[in-house]
Design a protein around this ligand. Structure first.
Ligand SMILES: C[S@@+](CC[C@H](N)C(=O)[O-])C[C@H]1O[C@@H](n2cnc3c(N)ncnc32)[C@H](O)[C@@H]1O
Length: 301
C-alpha cells in the first residue's frame, strides 16, 4: 500500500472541486455551515494572575481575562439550498461507482437537503440517516432541547458499497445483565443513533475552531465506509477532523476550506502528516508544535 497523502486546498470549494477528475474519491464527508443565521465564533481566553484583576479564584487570588483571539465563519444564507445544490452535484460526480457520500447537517435544513439528494443520487441510494446524539449545554424551557445532528448516507450504487462490519467499534450493552457474559464483554454494534460527546471545551482534542466535530465519530465513519489506501474528500474541512482521521487510518485525503483561520488550524493540527497546501502558504517563520505523535493508530475507537 502506498503512503497516504494529504492535500489541503484554500478557496471556495465550488471552483476547486471542478478541477478534480470524475470518480476520483471513495468516500466524501461534508459538514457545511448549518444555516443557523449566526456567525459561528469561538473566542479563546486565558486567565492571568493580576492583583487588579476582576475575578477572584483559588485562595482569593485575583485574575484578569486575557483575550487571545477569535476564530469565526459566517453561517447565514439567503438561499442555502441554492448554495448547496451545485456542490452536492459535484460530490456525485467525484464519487467512485462504489463510493459513499455523507452530508452532516442539523434539523434546520436536513429535510430539504434529503429531498435534494434523492433527486441527485436517486431515492434507492439513500441508505441511512445517522443521528449523532449528544448531551451538552443548556436546556430550553419552551420546547424539547435540540441535542442531535443528522448525517445522511448515500451510496452511489446501493448494491455495491463499502461497509466494513468487522471494523465497527463496539459499545456497552445498556442492560448487560440480560445477555451472556461473553456478549456483555464483547459489547454490541451501534445502531443509526450514535451517542458521542462533543469535543470537550477543555480536552486536548480541542483546536479552538468553532463547530469542530469529534474525532471518535469521524473515525467510525472512515473505518467502516472506506478501505485502507482509499481516498477521502472533505470540502468543508474546518479544523481538519476528516484529514486527521483519514491519515491516521491509512487513507489519503483532500481537504478544502475558504477560511484563513481554518488553514492556520489545519497547518498546526495536521503537521504530522506533512500536508501539501494548494493556494495557501503559512506566514514565514510560523512555528508548528507538532501535535500528538506521528502516524499512529487512533486510540479512541
Ligand atoms: C461546520 S464547519 C466544518 C467543521 C469541521 N467538520 C471540523 O470538524 O472542524 C464548515 C466550514 O465550511 C467552510 N466553508 C463555508 N463555505 C465554504 C465554501 N464555499 N468553500 C469552502 N469552505 C467553505 C467554513 O469556513 C467552515 O470552516
Amino acid at each position: 500500500m502506498t503512503t497516504p497523502t494529504l492535500d489541503i486546498h484554500f478557496g471556495d470549494n465550488a471552483s476547486i472541486l471542478t478541477a478534480f477528475a470524475d470518480e476520483s474519491f471513495d468516500l466524501i464527508y461534508i459538514d457545511p455551515p448549518f444555516n443557523t443565521g449566526k456567525t459561528q465564533a469561538r473566542t479563546q481566553t486565558r486567565m492571568v494572575r493580576d492583583v487588579d484583576g476582576d475575578r477572584v479564584g483559588y485562595k482569593g487570588h485575583h485574575y484578569r481575562t486575557e483575550h487571545l483571539g477569535a476564530k469565526a465563519f459566517d453561517d447565514a444564507f439567503d438561499d442555502f439550498l441554492g448554495f448547496l445544490e451545485p456542490r452536492l452535484e459535484e460530490a456525485f460526480r467525484l464519487l467512485k461507482p462504489d463510493g459513499s457520500f455523507f452530508l452532516h447537517l442539523d434539523y434546520r435544513e436536513v429535510h430539504y437537503a434529503k429531498v435534494m439528494l434523492d433527486g441527485i443520487f436517486g431515492r434507492p441510494s439513500f441508505i441511512n440517516e445517522i443521528i449523532w446524539a449528544y448531551d451538552y449545554g443548556g436546556r430550553s424551557k419552551n420546547r424539547w432541547s435540540a441535542k442531535h445532528d443528522n448525517i445522511l448516507w448515500y451510496a452511489k450504487d446501493p448494491k455495491n458499497y463499502t461497509f466494513r462490519y468487522d471494523d465497527i467499534d463496539r459499545i456497552p450493552y445498556m442492560a448487560p445483565g440480560l445477555v451472556t457474559k461473553e456478549k456483555a464483554e464483547r459489547g454490541k454494534t451501534p445502531t443509526d443513533t450514535w451517542w458521542h460527546t462533543i469535543v470537550s471545551p477543555t480536552g486536548k482534542e480541542k483546536t479552538g475552531y468553532p463547530t469542530q466535530k469529534p474525532l471518535g465519530m469521524i473515525n467510525r465513519l472512515i473505518k467502516v465506509h472506506s478501505n485502507p489506501g482509499d481516498r477521502v474528500l472533505d470540502f468543508f474541512a474546518g479544523s481538519g477532523t476528516t484529514g486527521e482521521s483519514a491519515i491516521r487510518q491509512g487513507r489519503s485525503a483532500a481537504l478544502i476550506d475558504k477560511n484563513q483561520e481554518a488553514m492556520q488550524v489545519m497547518h498546526k493540527r495536521l503537521a504530522f502528516a506533512q500536508p501539501t497546501f494548494h493556494g495557501w502558504q503559512p506566514e514565514p517563520g510560523t512555528v508548528v508544535d507538532v501535535p500528538r505523535l506521528c502516524m499512529k493508530a487512533p486510540s479512541d475507537s
